[in-house]
Design a protein around this ligand. Sequence first.
Ligand SMILES: O=C(CO)[C@@H](O)[C@H](O)COP(=O)(O)O
Ligand SMILES: [Fe+2]
Length: 216
Amino acid sequence: MKLSPSILSANFANLEKDIKVVDQAGAEYLHIDIMDGHFVPNLTFGANVVEAIRPLTKMVLDCHLMVENPETYIEEFAKAGADIIGVHVEATAHIFGVIQQIKKLGVKAEVVINPGTSLETIKQVLPLVDQVLIMTVNPGFGGQSFIPEMKRKIDQLDRIKQVQNYDFDIEVDGGINDQTIKECLESGATVAVAGSYIYNSDNPTEQINKLRESTK
Ligand SMILES: O=C(CO)[C@@H](O)[C@H](O)COP(=O)(O)O
Ligand SMILES: [Fe+2]
């Protein structure tokens, strides 16, 4: 299981320090939440922050775009150094085209799906994507509780992946802790995002170690 600490819960006044601590603890990805105040009722930051983070680490920059009309922003995130760009199926009328656009720029393409959206909506892009992100909370904020019904959705996606022989990663995001990560792993998740569990602690390294222990 790869870990993707979410800097949404980091201390923005000490971002460099908070990035280095999870890097040294061995996290494979760094999860960066981009929110536009329209698709979700919260605002974060844009590609300039990704550009500033890029020289600080070799971790995979896992950019989760919670923005309307993501096609407008893909190029600037690619130029800023994003390794993975995730777009919500609910945020565009042209999900197939946006995934093609990301891949054309040489960046890994991810489709993201909200808790209330059916897997049927992403079926057409599954042969194309490098990663599928199943939201396990409603997007917009850190610190929410894992929605238990999402376990079945991960099971169903993993089944489709096995039957069709697809090779995308399955990422989960929202309410991940040392218990919920186990359930997600059992269902077939291969990457786990965790924000508040890691950063709302005096010892992020210990939290990462606990997540590792749970998924051994
Ligand atoms: O995309 C989001 C929230 O919309 C996340 O990536 C959060 O940052 C997860 O936070 P926790 O639930 O782990 O606190
Ligand atoms: Fe996220």
